[in-house]
Design a protein around this ligand. Structure first.
Ligand code: SIN
Ligand code: FE2
Length: 244
């Protein structure tokens, strides 16, 4: 079992391996442990103010995926352009009052979908309720998100290290729900150069960060191919924020 996994390391991984052998070994071990352990709900502190609630979204997985499907029928996934003119490998859409967008003019929230000119689809109750409950369990009582960014990762897509800083008030936490294929989440510190820890996020896992870690750098390593029973070759990530 272990050896199957090790031999499935991709070319992309190999390039990474040469750059950072130790980190890659940790990543392989993460995958091994993830496959060996039977998953179960648990709570893990990642840093001051940051908590990983494993499998916290599992009991509403179908409702969440149904919501993603309905939202993307009205506001289709698209690969947005960075201010520097690069097309993002992660495809995005939004629901809720405010939607996060990027184009040559910069990163921002706006209330209309630039593709359709229409308001973003409403945030389904099940989205909002789960985000509020998870935030409360992580110590952020009273979180009331007005923005939900939906990321769609296909194999090869990644999100480089960044801070979430387009929101008005950093007192509010961020709630992030993972669905579908597993991905390696990087969680660092306040400086880009701070040490980064890696966590394998699987279907149903929820991460909440705020307080002392609200502006911590984070990112997602290149998604490996796989076939998830609920989403096929795709990982979705829902991030809830209070934009205004
Ligand atoms: C994000 O930082 O917006 C995405 C995080 C993730 O996909 O897990
Ligand atoms: Fe982010």
């Amino acid at each position: 079992m272990e050896w199957v996994r090790i031999t499935s390391v991709t070319c992309d991984d190999m390039a990474y391996l040469f750059q950072d052998k130790q980190a890659q070994e940790v990543l392989i071990m993460d995958d091994l442990f993830a496959e060996m352990k039977s998953p179960e709900p648990s709570r893990q502190d990642l840093a001051e103010g940051a908590v990983l609630l494993r499998q916290r979204a599992l009991d509403v997985e179908d409702k969440l995926l149904d919501g993603v499907c309905q939202i993307s029928n009205r506001a289709p996934f698209r690969n947005m352009m960075t201010p520097g003119g690069f097309s993002m490998s992660v495809a995005m859409t939004n629901c809720g009052r405010a939607g996060w967008v990027t184009d040559r003019r910069g990163y921002r929230y706006q209330e209309n979908d630039p593709e359709t000119g229409q308001p973003w689809p409403e945030m389904p109750d099940v989205f909002c309720e789960l985000a509020e409950q998870a935030a409360a369990e992580a110590g952020y009582e009273g979180f009331s998100p007005d923005a939900c960014l939906i990321n769609r990762y296909e194999p090869g897509a990644r999100m480089s290290l960044h801070q979430d800083r387009d929101e008005k008030d950093f007192q509010n936490p961020i709630v992030s729900i993972s669905l579908g294929l597993p991905a390696t989440f990087q969680f660092g510190g306040l400086k880009r150069t701070d040490e980064v820890k890696k966590y394998l996020l699987q279907h149903g896992d929820v991460v909440v960060w705020g307080g002392a870690s609200r502006l911590f750098y984070h990112g997602v390593l290149t998604l490996k191919d796989g076939d998830h029973p609920k989403t096929g070759h795709v990982r979705y990530n829902l991030t809830f924020r209070k934009a205004y």
